[in-house]
Write a protein that binds this ligand. Structure first.
Ligand SMILES: [Zn+2]
Length: 474
C-alpha cells in the first residue's frame, strides 16, 4: 500500500513534470511567435481584407482539425507582401503572402500550401532554427555620431525582418522540408483535398519567379533546398498512394474568392520616383539629391549617396508647436557623452521659413564628420531632416528640406493601384490577344503562368482569366 502510494505520487510528479516541460516548451513557441508576428505586422503589414482572410482561415482550420492533437491555436493571415510566399512562425502563426494567392488555381492547392506550413509549426521546425535576421545597411561613416544623431538609425535602415521558411527559397533543412511536404499532404488528403495539388503549385511558383526575375532556379538561389523538380518527384510518389477523404470544398468558386486582390507594391507604403519620395500616409513629397538611393524605413525615409558616406533622412515631427521648440528639446535630450559633439543650435531661414538647425561635429582619425538635424515647417506641420556626412552636406539638407510639400493633384495622378480582376474570353482568342483587348497590366507570359494556361492556346468562349488592371488610386 505504502509502495503503491509512493509509486502513484511518483507517477503524478513524473506526469506533472513531463506536462510542465512540454507546455513550457510550447509556451516558448507561442511567446516567440507572438513577438515575431507583431514585428511582421508592423514592418511588412497585414492585408486587411476580412472576407479573403476568413476564407483562408476556414480552409486552414479544416486541416487543423485533422491533426492528432493541435499544439497551438492556429492563426491564418494574409501578409501585405507582393512576393509569392508562405511560411509559419512558431506557435501556430501561418502566413500566406498577397503575392502567392494569384498563383493558386483551386482550394486543393491552397490546402496543400497551408498543410505544409501547419506541419512546420506543429512539429516546431521554426523553433529549432529561429531566424530573425536583420540585414543592416552598413553606412561607411566611422565614429559615434551615427548612433547619437539617430538611435533608431540602425533599425531605420534595416530591411524588414527576414521572413522565415519561404516556400521556395527555403531555409529549413531538406529533411524538415520533406517532412512538411509529406505530412502536409497527408493532412490535406485527410481533410478531403487532393494531395497531388502540391507539386504543380511548386512548379508554377518556380516558373513565376523565373519569369518575373529573369533568374532561373539555381542551386545557389535555393540555398540548401532541393530543386523543385527533385522535391516534386518525392511528393508525387507519395501523393498517388494516399487515400483522399470525401471532397467537401468550402468555396464553390475559388477564383472569385480573390477577385480584386491587390497586385504588386502597395502605394501606401511609399512611392519612390527617381529622386523623389511620395508618402501617402503622411501626405508629403520630398526631393533627395540626384542619384542617391532612397529606402523606406519604419517611420522615416532614408536616402544615401553611392559610397554610403552620407545620408539624409526625413520624417514628420509634428508633436511640437514650432521648429525652435523641437530643436531645443532635441538638444536637451542628448546624453552627456553626445553633448560634447554639439557645435551649434540656432534658428535659420530655409526657403523663407523659420527652420531650426542643430549641428554636431566629431573628429575621427583627423577627419571631421558632420551631423545635422533640421526642423522644417510645412504648412502647420513640422518635418525633421537628419543628415550625416561632410560639412558641405548642409547645402543638400537645406535643399531637400525646402522641397518638402503636401501632395498635389499632379502627384496623386501618378499613384495607381493594381488589382487582380477576372475577365471572360470572347472565344477564339489567345492570352496574348485577350491581354491586348483588356489592357492587361501583366505580361502575357506571367498571365499564362498565373492562369496555368499556354499563352498560344486559343481560349474557349466564356473562359475566365485572371488579369491585372491598373486603376487610379485617388
Ligand atoms: Zn517549408
Amino acid at each position: 500500500m505504502k509502495y503503491l502510494k509512493i509509486i502513484l505520487s511518483l507517477l503524478l510528479i513524473l506526469n506533472f513534470t513531463v506536462q510542465n516541460v512540454y507546455s513550457q516548451k510550447t509556451k516558448l513557441d507561442r511567446r516567440l511567435g507572438k513577438t515575431q508576428s507583431e514585428d511582421l505586422k508592423e514592418q511588412v503589414g497585414i492585408y486587411p481584407n476580412k472576407a479573403m482572410t476568413k476564407y483562408i482561415s476556414a480552409v486552414g482550420n479544416k486541416l487543423v482539425v485533422q491533426l492528432d492533437s493541435a499544439k497551438f491555436d492556429y492563426h491564418f493571415t494574409i501578409l501585405d507582401d507582393s512576393t509569392p510566399n508562405a511560411f509559419a512562425l512558431p506557435g501556430g502563426y501561418i502566413y500566406i503572402s498577397r503575392g502567392m494567392i494569384p498563383l493558386l488555381q483551386n482550394e486543393d492547392e491552397l490546402a496543400c500550401v497551408l498543410g505544409h506550413e501547419i506541419i512546420h509549426a506543429q512539429n516546431r521546425h521554426g523553433i529549432k532554427k529561429i531566424r530573425r535576421k536583420i540585414i543592416p545597411l552598413v553606412l561607411e561613416i566611422p565614429g559615434n555620431l551615427v548612433g547619437i544623431l539617430n538611435q533608431g538609425l540602425g533599425a531605420l535602415v534595416n530591411a524588414p525582418i527576414e521572413i522565415p521558411d519561404k516556400v521556395i527559397d527555403a531555409t529549413q533543412s531538406r529533411q524538415l522540408e520533406s517532412q512538411a511536404d509529406h505530412q502536409g499532404i497527408i493532412l490535406a488528403a485527410k481533410a478531403g483535398y487532393n494531395p497531388e495539388a502540391l507539386s504543380p503549385t511548386l512548379d508554377r511558383l518556380s516558373s513565376f519567379i523565373e519569369a518575373s526575375t529573369g533568374k532561373a532556379e539555381q542551386r545557389s538561389y535555393f540555398n540548401d533546398h532541393p530543386y523543385t523538380a527533385n522535391r516534386n518527384k518525392r511528393i508525387d510518389k507519395l501523393s498517388t498512394h494516399l487515400n483522399v477523404a470525401d471532397k467537401n470544398s468550402i468555396s464553390k468558386d475559388f477564383m472569385h474568392e480573390f477577385d480584386g486582390i491587390d497586385y504588386g507594391d502597395n502605394p501606401t507604403k511609399g512611392i519612390i520616383i527617381k529622386s523623389s519620395y511620395i508618402d501617402l500616409s503622411h501626405n508629403y513629397r520630398i526631393l533627395f539629391p540626384n542619384s542617391w538611393k532612397i529606402k523606406k524605413g519604419k517611420q522615416e525615409v532614408i536616402a544615401f549617396n553611392k559610397s554610403k558616406t552620407a545620408t539624409i533622412t526625413c520624417k514628420e515631427a509634428s508633436s511640437f508647436n514650432n521648429t525652435k521648440e523641437a530643436g531645443i528639446h532635441f538638444v536637451k535630450e542628448l546624453s552627456k557623452g553626445a553633448k560634447r559633439y554639439l557645435r551649434d543650435s540656432k534658428p535659420i531661414v530655409v526657403n523663407g521659413k523659420s527652420a531650426y538647425l542643430v549641428s554636431m561635429v566629431e573628429n575621427n582619425r583627423n577627419k571631421n564628420i558632420y551631423a545635422y538635424s533640421l526642423w522644417m515647417p510645412v504648412g502647420k506641420r513640422i518635418f525633421q531632416i537628419k543628415a550625416i556626412g561632410t560639412q558641405d552636406l548642409l547645402k543638400l539638407v537645406e535643399k531637400s528640406a525646402a522641397s518638402i510639400r503636401p501632395l498635389d493633384k499632379k502627384d496623386k495622378k501618378l499613384i495607381t493601384r493594381k488589382r487582380i480582376r477576372i475577365v471572360k474570353s470572347t472565344g477564339n482568342e489567345t492570352i496574348i490577344e485577350l491581354s491586348k483587348r483588356t489592357h492587361n497590366y501583366l505580361s502575357p507570359e506571367l498571365t499564362g503562368i498565373i492562369n496555368d494556361i499556354d499563352i498560344n492556346k486559343s481560349l474557349k468562349k466564356g473562359k475566365e482569366i485572371k488579369i491585372v488592371v491598373e486603376e487610379a488610386y485617388f
